[in-house]
Design a protein around this ligand. Structure first.
Ligand SMILES: C[S@@+](CC[C@H](N)C(=O)[O-])C[C@H]1O[C@@H](n2cnc3c(N)ncnc32)[C@H](O)[C@@H]1O
Length: 433
């Protein structure tokens, strides 16, 4: 395969157009990567993630520079220019290469009539630098509805959240407690020349100084560690797992938390992992295999308990519901383009429905941990408050912890630069009788 800079740009523009049309980067990047020479693939990934991260800022500038929007059939060229602007503003790429290759890529995309426009816009952008703007969406590089919702929900924290969302997340590992102590694995990393430190709150977490390919991590293929953010790791600690318990991970794929549960308590009676996605379920098995762990997998809508439940209650349930994922924007910047304000209410309906159903299969005396990677109260403590109104038997267990913000119901972590993602947790218990 020939390494062609203009093909890289054309493919990046196509990926971004797909994201604008509703596909996630994790859906549209893999086929795009396979169209390029191996040495170009990391660059495509960096361009697509970076352009999504700064989309609202770059798009604000580009719209200012264009006298009128491009016609719909030429929309791809808008994205080609966003890619170029991303490189001009946020990369080390030489300016002449950005300009020349973008003009060439216009031809690759079969739009030779727009080479003059691309050349003119990019030359002006290069000459004039980033224009001043009062527009909040450009300034914070987020959709306006998200900025307003965050400001309303977190009057003291909204700016810090927006800023944290624009900073690339660190790479964090969870040491497999069945294989190594955290201290021992830190020593192995030091021997391998990989800078790292223990996470502050999760007992088995290690944060790397710089992201590293997993095949460079000591004993990765043999199950020594998994990649998992510190906030996600905290879910397991809240379950208070004991030998002999039957545990349900209700929305389990790709199985990060299923494996963490099994690692932290080797003497559980059984762990059942349910996910409705046939596509994602095999990822749980892959993780279990690598870590040499066992769980019972079920492909099902967890809320439809008649379809999959065997009638035996669970001592512990982890309910890591589908959510807006607004706590992990720094890892998935395409969320800024994909999520709509109108998604939140239907998600809240699904979340409450799942919580109601899971409550029914929790044993008396059992514990349920509700978790999201969202920063919107509508999906978090308000769900718990709505649930508690309907279920006066349920008791809310306060989470006493040195991390996060205590809410009327549950605890919230907001994303923190060089530390954990944004996450919400609530612990509910069912009375013995
Ligand atoms: C936040 S992710 C779970 C991440 C996982 N707990 C982990 O730590 O690796 C949410 C998962 O819920 C699944 N899901 C969504 N609705 C579901 C439902 N009604 N029943 C079961 N799984 C569902 C999705 O397929 C997705 O894999």
């Amino acid at each position: 395969m020939v390494s062609q800079p203009r093909l890289l740009r054309a493919v990046a523009a196509e990926v971004l157009l797909d994201v604008e049309n509703g596909d996630s980067l994790s859906q549209c990047l893999p086929p795009a990567l396979s169209r390029l020479a191996p040495e170009q693939r990391p660059q495509l990934q960096a361009i697509c993630y970076g352009t999504c991260r700064w989309f609202h800022r770059l798009d604000g500038e580009l719209r200012q520079r264009l006298k009128k929007p491009l016609r719909k059939p030429d929309r791809i060229i808008h994205h080609l220019m966003l890619v170029a602007l991303f490189q001009l503003r946020y990369s080390e790429q030489a300016t002449y290469a950005v300009l020349n290759e973008s003009v060439e890529a216009c031809r690759t995309l079969d739009k030779p009539h727009l080479t003059g426009l691309v050349n003119g816009v990019l030359r002006a952008a290069e000459r004039e630098g980033t224009p001043e703007t009062k527009d909040e969406s450009s300034r914070f590089s987020h959709p306006q509805w998200m900025i307003e919702k965050l400001r309303h929900n977190w009057p003291e924290h909204w700016q810090a959240v927006l800023e944290a969302n624009n900073i690339q997340a660190p790479m964090t590992l969870r040491v497999n407690a069945r294989r190594f102590s955290r201290e021992h694995y830190l020593d192995l990393l030091a021997e391998a020349g990989i800078g790292a430190r223990p996470t502050r709150f999760a007992p088995m977490g290690i944060q790397l100084e710089r992201p590293a390919p997993v095949d460079q991590l000591p004993w990765f293929a043999d199950g020594a560690v998994s990649v998992q953010d510190e906030a996600a790791q905290l879910c397991t600690t809240l379950l208070d797992l004991k030998p002999g318990q039957r545990v349900l991970d209700a929305c389990a794929a790709p199985g990060g938390k299923t494996c963490a549960i099994l690692e932290s308590q080797p003497e559980l009676a059984e762990v059942v992992a349910v996910d409705e996605s046939a596509e994602r379920l095999p990822r749980i098995q892959e993780n279990l295999d690598r870590l040499d762990l066992d769980a019972t997998l079920q492909e099902a809508d967890a809320a439809d308990i008649d379809q999959w439940w065997d009638g035996q209650g669970f001592d512990r349930i982890l309910l890591d519901v589908p959510c807006s994922a607004t706590g992990v924007i720094r890892r998935h910047p395409d969320i800024k383009l994909l999520r709509r304000e109108s998604d939140i209410a239907p998600l809240a309906g699904i979340q409450l429905g799942l919580l109601d159903a899971m409550w029914r299969i929790l044993k008396p005396g059992g514990r349920l941990v509700y978790a999201t990677c969202s920063v919107f109260p509508q999906e978090n403590h308000r769900i718990i408050q709505r649930f508690l109104k309907q279920q006066d038997q349920a008791s809310l267990v306060p989470i006493q912890a040195p991390w996060g913000l205590e809410l009327q119901a549950g605890r919230q972590l907001l994303p923190a630069p060089d530390s954990h993602d944004g996450f919400f947790y609530a612990v509910l218990e069912k009375p013995e009788t």
